[in-house]
Design a binder for this molecule. Sequence first.
Ligand code: DNO
Length: 393
Amino acid sequence: MEKTWRWFGPNDKVTLDMLRQIGVEGIVTSLHSVPIGEIWTVEAIRAVQETIASHDMRWSVVESLPVSEEIKYAGPGRDRLIENYKVSLAHLGQCGIHTVCYNFMPVIDWIRTELEYPLGDGTSSLYFDYIRFAYFDLKILAREGAEKDYSDDTLAKVEALDRVITEDERRHLVDVIIVKTQGFVNANFRDDDDAPVRTFKALMALYDGITKEKLRENLVYFLRAIMPVCEEYGMQMCIHPDDPPMPVLGLPRIVTDEEDIAWMLDAVDNPLNGLTFCAGSLSSGAHNDVVRMARRFAPRTRFVHLRSCDVFDNGNFIEAPHTAGRANLVELVRIFEKQDPTLPFRVDHGKTMLGDEKVGYNPGYSFHGRMLALGQVEGMMAAVRDEIKNQLI
Ligand code: DNO
């Protein structure tokens, strides 16, 4: 597979020079400064592409060309926004960039409640605490009717937490769930928003009455509309699974399990309608057998995120080392390397370690932690290539 790395552009504290030194071949990035819904011009794409090329790497994958909320909830402006999306796709194709990762999660992208969960050895990891998340829903957003989405046991635990939680902890929860995790990947939120909860609730209101079925319909509408441009320019769309893979905050999520993925691939049965196989997101759902899903969906996978989670009985999950956890990355590397040795993969997230915490990297996107993970995955790849060469697999 092609060794790629998510780079957040010239402001990223991980520089292209650093990436070249650690053997990265392809860059995964986005035009982070273009407002969501606006057209990506050929000039803007080429400028980034040339910067990357001047460091002897290539722009392999776009992550993300974001889909406007209005396309997801089918607002009045969706056709115009889809037209813009098509023009951006055509421009990318003209520049020779053909793989586009996107997601179809309403309002909120990935969710964690703790960004520096201490691991006891001086490093830290990302963490999701189910009760704290329920607390955010019930006591901070105070979403109407939220109680019915939780068990009595969870409601009791949230009440108990409410009795002891401090103002600082409440602020921290908002900061982590809305501001720190969303700002750099999700154009709906800005780091300097002084009323993030209000912004959040206003976006949620747009999804009143949008069921899982409706959201599926809207995804299919979008995919059918863009497929002709994808065919003309050879654009490979690869949807990112929902993280975590379950409905949240009363919002539907539609890329959560094997059935969802099979459904969306069949609904628009075109090889250009593909998947980003995010082993981390999928493994954070106890219902997902990640290896089995990789075997089934490898032929439609266009981009791979290698990361692994451990899920606990109480619904909490933690990002495990890349050599451990539920995802079994060794077996995934076997499956994908055999499927297509040119498939781009990136290690996703990594521990915060060895001073990463002082630099101010985007959460999950540390340098040392990801470099360690890349080294681990490169070791797996070398072993798997050897297995393939010797016809052992
Ligand atoms: C978080 C990422 C997501 C992902 C987008 C793709 O670390 O996995 O933000 O990039 O959902 O659209």
